[in-house]
Structure formats: C-alpha cells, structure tokens
Design a protein around this ligand. Structure first.
Ligand code: SOE
Length: 389
C-alpha cells in the first residue's frame, strides 16, 4: 500500500481547521500534528480536531522527521519567519497569504524555496472553483474574443461595526494593508488566473471608515459576528491604520483595463467576490456565492447562464469538477481542490523548479505582495504606480 504523505498544521484559528478538513478528504495524505502556542492549548485543540500529535512550540514540529509538509495558518505577521524556518527544515510548505509583510521578504522566501527545491504553495483557493477552470479555458480558446475590460468587487460585512474586532485590523499583526491584502489579493489572483494577464499598473483610493475601533477585552475570532455577551462588556479604544475599503483602477500588461472595489464594511455582503470580463465577442460574469453559475452575455442574441456540469464543460476543465451538474461545489471544496493539486504535485514527484504547478505558488504570493505595495504607494502619492517585481 502507498505510504501516505504526512502533514502538520501550524495555527488553529479560522483557516487551520479549514485546511485540515480539506486535506482529510485526500486519501493519500494524513495530518498527524497541529501546533499552537502553549502545550495545554495545543493538546486541547488536537483532541478537539482528532489529530494525534500536539506541539505547543511549532519548532518542535519542524524537527519531526516523519512530517513531509507543513501548513502555515498563523496570523500574518508570523508568516515570513515561520515560512523561512519550514523551508530551512527541508519541508514542503503551504502558506496562507500574505506570504510576508513586504515584497522584499516574499522575494527572499521565493528564492529560498527555490534554493531548497521544496514544493511551495499559497492558498489562493478561489481560482480552484471548477467554474474558474472552465472560464480560463473559454478565455484560452478565445470564446470571449479579446478581453478588453475586467471589473468587479469583493465585499464583506464582518467588520462593519466599530465594535467588530480581530487581529487583522492591527498593522502589527495584520500588515500595512487589510482589505486589499486580505481579500483584494484573492480578487487579483483569480482574475489574473482566468484571463492569463498580469496587473501592471494601479491607481488606488483607500479609506479607513472606522479610524478608531472598540476592542472587546475578551477574545474575538474572524467572522465571529457580534457577541451578545459583549453587549455590556468592556472595550478598549484602538486607533486603526489599515483600510476598510479601497477602489482601484487597474491596467493589465496587454493594455486592457479594469477596476475593483473591496470592502469589509458593506452590510449584507458576506463573502461577495465577483467579477465580469468584457471581451470583443462575449462577456462573462461570476460570483463566488453562487459558484455553479456563469453568466454569459451576448450582443446579438439572448444571454445565457452556464451551470457547472462536467457534461457541459470544455474537455480541459472537466477534471476540475468532481460531481455531476447540480451537485454544487462551494468554498470548502475550492480549498480541497487547492490541496488536491498541491499534494498531487508532491505525490507525482514533480520538480518545482522545472514542472509547472496548477496551483498558486510562492511566485503568485510574491506577485500579490507587489500589487498590494503598488496600491498603497498609489494611494499615498495619488498617482498611477507600476507594479514592480
Ligand atoms: C477574512 O476577510 C477572510 O477569511 C479572508 O482572510 C479569506 O482569505 C477569505 O477567503 C474570506 O475572508
């Protein structure tokens, strides 16, 4: 019988358990350990999640020779250091975005990963929805014609109230950018993936809607919503320096244009990533919250809606869909698809220096950092900025 690839996960907040659940759906991988600060908390979490080994210090996990792959699911400010240590320990790494706190750091990580020849991935999962593979094939086969415009938004409401609080709000733990780095990064990765174009210039306008927030004295998780117990509770006033909202004009490397808006303070919008492509023949529109539908717009006949269905997909997109039409794959499945592609690359013994990955790598993570920095600079200097790699 094939020996299973063994994995460990560092960080057990919102996204760590999502990685765990996705990896568990792969029959050839086994998550044998989790790490979280403090042995007692780690033990408790490992038990809750049904994982055999618990580390109160991730460095001990790095020394376990049985572990082949490590997932970095820690808060943003810890990414670079832990990613560096994972690579230096000779383990394959799957990191959450952002890869680091600056593009100098993400460039260094990419070089280090290449030097050690390990398989590196970053969890840009939205490009892993089956319909995104179908759309990218439609674009490659020129079904839409030349793509002139790409526009859309990514809106959420979990930080709408000034009493909503999370580590992502603080620049020390979240980074210099929030809405752009946290969700704009997904929007940019997804549209660059489906169009095959690179964002080369940006002109941005950012806004911190709540320059001061009320931090609950008790702990607050991502997407935890309003805590009724906190209603009469104690708050601490905290100045906020990261953006709740951004609108960005973009120019692509082939001269085509677009724009996107991101916000974490838009009531009623939960995880509303959407975009539209306008080509010389057809348009296409997709939204993540209804992922099985692709609206296709025509000028001279009625518009259509394509439903995700292997029987209706282009041949090259078919392997990306795992259920018959109407059996809709959603967000957790996109994470599973990311894991499937990443671990299959390892299982097949592919060479990260020579073989093309069909998932986002540290290269994409670095590009994302460069776009984010160009956006911050553009907002500050109120002008178009070239994305520098
Ligand atoms: C919070 O904004 C968040 O969990 C992001 O960090 C994720 O990357 C996104 O997929 C959903 O929203």
């Amino acid at each position: 019988m094939e020996t299973k690839i063994k994995a460990g996960i560092i960080g057990t907040g919102f996204i760590g358990p999502a990685h765990l659940e996705a990896v568990r759906r792969l029959e050839f991988v086994e998550v044998i350990a989790v790490a979280r600060r403090g042995q007692e908390r780690a033990d408790k979490k490992a038990e809750e999640l049904g994982v055999p080994l618990a580390y109160g210090d991730y460095r001990e996990m790095l020394r376990n020779p049985d572990i082949d792959v490590i997932h970095n699911c820690t808060p943003n400010h810890l990414h670079v250091q832990i990613n560096r240590e994972i690579i230096e320990a000779g383990k394959h790494v799957l990191s959450e975005k952002p890869l680091a706190m600056s593009s100098d750091e993400s460039r260094e990580l990419l070089a280090l990963a290449r030097k050690h020849g390990i398989v590196h991935g970053v969890n840009f999962n939205y490009r892993q929805f089956p319909m995104m593979k179908q759309l990218s094939e439609m674009v490659k086969q020129n079904e839409l014609g030349r793509i002139n415009m790409v526009h859309g938004s990514y809106l959420q409401d979990w930080l709408l109230y000034e009493t909503d609080y999370n580590w992502r709000l603080e620049d020390k733990t979240g980074g210099r950018s929030r809405a752009v780095a946290d969700i704009g990064s997904h929007w940019c990765d997804t549209v660059q993936y489906v169009t095959g174009k690179k964002i080369s210039q940006v002109f941005a306008d950012l806004w911190t809607v709540h320059p001061n927030r009320k931090k609950p004295v008790s702990h607050s998780d991502t997407f935890s919503g309003s805590d009724e117990d906190q209603a009469d509770g104690e708050y601490e006033d905290i100045p906020i320096h990261t953006e709740d909202y951004a609108s960005v004009l973009i120019r692509f490397d082939d001269g085509s244009k677009g724009a996107f808006t991101v916000s974490q303070v838009s009531a009623g919008r939960k995880n509303a990533l959407s975009f539209e492509l306008n080509g010389t023949c057809k348009s296409a529109y997709w939204k993540q919250e209804e992922p099985a539908k692709l609206w296709i717009g025509h000028r001279d006949r009625s518009n259509e809606v394509l439903m995700a269905d292997p029987a209706l997909f282009l041949k090259k997109a078919r392997p990306s869909i795992h259920h018959p039409g109407g059996h809709t794959e959603g967000w957790p499945d996109s994470v599973k698809n990311m894991m499937l592609k990443y671990y299959t690359f390892i299982r097949e013994g592919k060479d990260p220096l020579k073989d093309k990955a069909n998932f986002a790598t540290f290269e994409d993570g670095h590009v994302s950092m460069c776009i984010m920095e160009a956006i911050l600079k553009s907002h500050k200097e109120e002008r178009w900025i070239q994305v520098q790699q």
